[in-house]
Design a protein around this ligand. Structure first.
Ligand code: ADP
Ligand code: ADP
Ligand code: ZN
Length: 216
C-alpha cells in the first residue's frame, strides 16, 4: 500500500499516519520529520533548510524530492509506505509519479484530511510530542492520561517545534493554499483522491481512513 496523506498543517496527518503504521506495519515517511532530523544533525541539507522552515516557507523541491527518493529505496518500504507532508507542490507530485513509475510501483490512494481554517492555529500551537518516542499530544485535545507522562513509553520529556507558533502558522497556511491545495484537483483528476472529515474526533477520522484502506 502506497499512500499519500494530504492536508494543511495541523489537519492530523501525523496523528493518523502513526495509527496506520501500527495497523498496517508500513513506515511513515514524513518529510517534515526528515528535515528536522537533518537540522538536528547539522547536515548540509539541514543548514539550508533551517531558516526556511522556521519562517514557515517551503524547502526547495529538489531537496525534498532527493530525500524521499532515497528513502523509498530502503528495504522497509518494500511493502508500501505512507507519505506525510509530501508531495507539497505540483513539481513534487510529478516527481513522485515519475519516481514510482521508474520503480514499477503505483500509488494506491491519496487521503485528503479536510479541516476548517479557523481551528488550525489552535491545533498547531497546542501541539507537542514525546521527546523519546514521538507520540503526539495536544494541550487541550489530546492530553496524556497521567499529566506529564507519555502514555506510550512513560517518558516525562516532551518537545515543541519552533515553527508551531501562531505567526508562522499564517505563512504555512498561505503556502498550503498556494502551493499544495492544487494537488487536490490533480489527484482527483487521476481518480486517486478520497477525502475525510478531519474535524471529527481522532478515532472517527481513523475509522473513515480504515474504511478507505480496507477497499484497496
Ligand atoms: P499534521 O501532521 O497534519 O500537521 P498533527 O497530526 O500533528 O497534524 O495534529 C496537529 C495537532 O492536533 C496535534 O497536537 C494532534 O494531537 C491534534 N489532533 C490531530 N487530529 C485531531 C482531531 N481529529 N481532533 C482534535 N485534535 C487533533
Ligand atoms: P505540518 O504537517 O505541520 O505542515 P511538516 O512537519 O510537514 O509540518 O513540515 C514542517 C516544515 O518542513 C514545512 O513548513 C516546510 O518548511 C518543510 N517541509 C516539510 N515537507 C516539505 C515538502 N514536501 N516540501 C517543502 N517543504 C517541506
Ligand atoms: Zn513517549
Amino acid at each position: 500500500m502506497r499512500l499519500i496523506l494530504l492536508g494543511p498543517p495541523g489537519a492530523g496527518k501525523g496523528t493518523q499516519a502513526q495509527r496506520i503504521v501500527e495497523k498496517y506495519g508500513i513506515p511513515q515517511l514524513s518529510t517534515g520529520d526528515m528535515l528536522r532530523a537533518a537540522v538536528q544533525a547539522g547536515t548540509e541539507v539541514g543548514k539550508r533548510a533551517k531558516a526556511v522552515m522556521d519562517a514557515g516557507k517551503l524547502v526547495s523541491d529538489d531537496i525534498v524530492i532527493a530525500i524521499v527518493s532515497e528513502r523509498i529505496d530502503q528495504p522497509d518500504c518494500e511493502n508500501g509506505f505512507i507519505l506525510d507532508g509530501f508531495p507539497r507542490t505540483l513539481v513534487q507530485a510529478d516527481a513522485t509519479e515519475a519516481m514510482l513509475k521508474g520503480k514499477g510501483l503505483e500509488l494506491s490512494k491519496v487521503v485528503e484530511i479536510q479541516v476548517d481554517d479557523k481551528i488550525l492555529a489552535d491545533r498547531v500551537s497546542g501541539r507537542y510530542t514525546c521527546a523519546n518516542c514521538g507520540a503526539g499530544y495536544h494541550d487541550t485535545n489530546v492530553k496524556p492520561k497521567v499529566e506529564g507522562v507519555c502514555d506510550r513509553c512513560g517518558s516525562t520529556h516532551f518537545k515543541r517545534r519552533p515553527d508551531d507558533n501562531r505567526e508562522t502558522v499564517v505563512t504555512r497556511l498561505g503556502a498550503y493554499y498556494k502551493e499544495t491545495s492544487p494537488l487536490i484537483g490533480y489527484y482527483y483528476a487521476k481518480g486517486k483522491l478520497q477525502s475525510v472529515d478531519g474535524m471529527a474526533d481522532i478515532d472517527h477520522v481513523t475509522g473513515e481512513i480504515e474504511g478507505i484502506l480496507s477497499k484497496l
